[in-house]
Design a protein around this ligand. Structure first.
Ligand SMILES: Nc1ncnc2c1ncn2[C@@H]1O[C@H](COP(=O)(O)OP(=O)(O)O)[C@@H](O)[C@H]1O
Ligand SMILES: [Mg+2]
Length: 329
């Protein structure tokens, strides 16, 4: 069990990993916890630094469950280390993890697959510094409001909604987003409600009943950092109050996006739904994972209880490792 991590979601990860450890024990597994500090150092339960040898696996560990969110955890970097150690691990591999963290690259890929999503444009910091006026003119086609986001972050950090009047201006929002990432995505605003759907499996994944994110009516009117992490900031309504057609579309798109991205084990697929119009927002390869988090809550509502969910994820990790290692390299 890996928890903590270097990203701003360190604390969130500790909450998730404590819950996962408890659930795994309940399911009959023996669990060893390793906490990755904000400084990046891995420490065992006694506080001793963990030493690892490439190719040697991790002593006494059969499967790693990296319950890590955001950069340096959910983005393929830790997954690369686990591949190098040659140990099975839960969740997406290197490429799918990195891909799903990158809002620009994932949107390009989804677009090619014909998966419906918002209109968007990517801006690099070099271009923004060289010709800001041309960039602003090009972004006009998206209209207002738009959402401006660092390409590879999470938890709504660095994201701004630029309204059609009033602050922040597009210029200010871009400057702010470039503090976090040299690549920024600007998206047309999607209308409707936010719906999430959990996916479980490897090559033949299943989708949960979709749930609806109901915001407590925060200042911003969107799912910002505060709404995500203030107790009572959001409420999950299961099932989502959408039509049968929209519900089936959400589930089909969740599975398709999962497969197109090459995900494995789990992902939470997030959508905007307006009537029968369903747009994919993003896939999270390691979503919040306490027993009451959206990911687990949606499967609980779909008849898969938390210990059972964890047991299946461990089995999927072993299956994937065996499948990958069966190929010549
Ligand atoms: N194009 C959009 N239209 C409407 N709302 C959006 C749009 N993009 C983001 N949002 C709002 O901002 C929130 C965070 O954006 P998201 O892309 O999911 O970033 P993160 O990876 O940080 O979760 C969404 O849950 C939603 O409330
Ligand atoms: Mg999101």
């Amino acid at each position: 069990m890996l928890g903590g991590g270097r990203s701003s979601e360190h604390e969130v990860s500790l909450a998730s990993s404590a819950s996962v450890a408890e659930g795994l024990r309940e399911a009959g597994f023996e669990v060893r916890s390793v906490v990755i500090g904000r400084d990046g150092v891995w420490r065992d339960h006694a506080g001793d630094e963990v030493s690892l040898t490439p190719g040697r696996g991790i002593p006494e560990i059969d499967v790693v469950f990296p319950v890590l969110h955001g950069p340096f955890g959910e983005d393929g970097t830790v997954q690369g280390l686990l591949e190098t150690l040659d140990v099975p691990y839960v969740g997406a591999g290197v490429l799918a993890s990195a891909l799903c963290m990158d809002k620009v690259v994932s949107k390009e890929l989804m677009g090619r697959a014909g998966i419906p999503q918002v209109d968007y444009a990517a801006v690099t910091v070099g271009r923004w510094r060289d010709e800001p006026e041309a960039v602003l003119r090009e972004l006009e086609v998206l209209g207002l409001p738009v959402f401006v986001k660092p390409a590879r972050l999470g938890s709504s950090v660095g994201i701004a909604r630029v309204p059609d009047s009033g602050p922040p201006t597009l210029r200010v929002a871009l400057e702010e987003a470039f503090r976090y990432d040299p690549i920024v995505i600007v998206e047309a605003r999607a209308s409707g409600i936010e719906v999430e759907c959990s996916v479980l499996g490897n090559r033949d994944p299943i989708a949960s009943i979709p749930g609806e994110i109901l915001l407590a009516g925060g200042e911003s009117g969107w799912y910002d950092y505060e709404a995500k992490y203030t107790p009572g900031g959001m409420r999950l309504v299961v099932p989502a109050r959408i039509s049968q057609t929209a519900c089936e579309r959400v589930q089909a798109l969740a599975v398709e996006a999962f497969l197109r991205s090459g995900c494995s084990g789990l992902a939470r697929a997030d959508f905007f739904v307006d009537g029968e119009t369903v747009l994919v927002n993003e896939l999270n390869t390691m979503p919040g994972f306490t027993q009451t988090s959206v990911y687990a809550a949606l499967f609980a509502a779909s008849g898969i209880a938390y210990p059972e969910l964890l047991t299946r994820l461990v089995a999927l990790a072993v299956e994937r490792h065996g499948f990958e290692r069966a190929h010549s390299f």
